[in-house]
Write a protein that binds this ligand. Structure first.
Ligand code: FAD
Length: 292
């Protein structure tokens, strides 16, 4: 089975898609329609998120198992420290191994009471993602990925501290990173330069969010704290009320950003699909990703 860390170092730009585990059977059917539509593009990997507070543990493992068993795709299972003891984390990692999932994105997770509230680890759990990287590595032959933040993690005091924490995760055995979504390529390149200065060459895959409606992007930006440049907001607001045009502009924006990132040497692009395939397929086609 493929190791994402090795695939990202191959020199050919990767592209990958992120899904979340749906709550309902209908949601799961819709997800697998999107999975099937995106499968034909032969992405490098697809990843499945782990719900806030560990709430989707069973669903996340089940969906990654279905992807591993029923499709040709390479799944990456997310895992967070939230609300779990070390033993519980060990058990989920064992479930991933049993499901044939050998690529894991090791995350701390957000405080159960919400982003911006104080982080308190589970009394028998782990405090930071770096410890989860070590735990996953100690339990088997996994390729472990981690989160990166081009505009820094909200709790990090500054960009230098944030880059050092990321380099620590690489030193603990992480083989790749995927970023939070962002809209200015300079933020990504600045992070990679800081890592480079720290002697860290871990591939960092930029995460891209294709905008499909204006309200959604405003909500996401408010939640993540990502800067949404006024010139982009103006382009979207100019077509607000015309859903088709908003989608077209959203795809244009992501394609421009993706092109800048690849031209500047990013190892690939990771698309936040929100379990839908259309905008992602349009961006993929416009970037000529399959033909590189
Ligand atoms: P860490 O790397 O532990 O960092 C958290 C904070 O602690 C940072 O501010 C860091 O600077 C600081 N820090 C780290 N180590 C130390 C130390 N030794 N001493 C002091 N401070 C330290 N959340 C989910 O719930 N489920 C998901 O599936 C999920 N997927 C994600 C995928 C991606 C690509 C990204 C970018 C984020 C994802 N998240 C997910 C959100 C993530 O869990 C949160 O952003 C969380 O707040 C930080 O996680 P982390 O793994 O970066 O934590």
């Amino acid at each position: 089975p493929g190791r994402v860390g090795a695939l990202l170092s191959s020199g050919t730009p990767s592209f990958s898609f992120e899904f979340f585990p749906p709550k309902t059977d209908e949601g799961e059917r819709q997800l697998f329609r999107a999975v099937r539509e995106l499968e034909s593009l032969s992405p490098t990997f697809v990843s499945v998120t782990y719900g806030a507070g560990g709430s989707t543990r069973d669903r996340t493992v089940r969906i990654t198992r279905r992807i591993a068993e029923e499709t040709t795709l390479l799944p990456v299972g997310h895992l967070t420290c939230v609300g779990s003891s070390r033993d519980e984390l060990r058990s989920v990692i064992g479930q991933y191994a049993d499901a044939g999932v050998r690529n894991v994105l090791a995350l701390r997770g957000d405080p159960p009471s919400g982003v911006g509230t104080e982080w308190r680890p589970h009394p028998e759990g782990l405090s930071y993602a770096v410890e989860l990287v070590e735990l996953v590595r100690s339990l088997g032959d996994f390729s472990v990925g981690v989160a990166a933040f081009p505009e820094k993690h909200p709790e990090a005091p500054d960009l230098d501290a944030d880059a050092s924490r990321l380099a620590d995760k690489a030193a603990a055995g992480a083989e790749f990173a995927v970023t939070q979504f962002f809209f200015q390529s300079a933020d990504y390149f600045r992070l990679v330069e800081r890592l480079d200065a720290l002697g860290c060459r871990m591939p960092v895959v930029p995460g891209l969010m294709p905008v499909t409606n204006v309200a959604q992007i405003e909500r996401m930006v408010a939640l993540s704290g990502a800067a949404f440049p006024a010139r982009l907001a103006e382009r979207l607001h100019a077509v607000d009320g015309d859903p088709e045009a908003v989608r077209r502009v959203g795809v244009e924006i992501v394609v421009e950003l993706g092109q800048e990132l690849l031209d500047g040497g990013a190892p690939g692009l990771h698309f936040y699909t929100l379990n839908r395939s259309t905008a992602t397929r349009e961006a993929y086609a416009a970037l000529g990703l399959g033909s590189r």
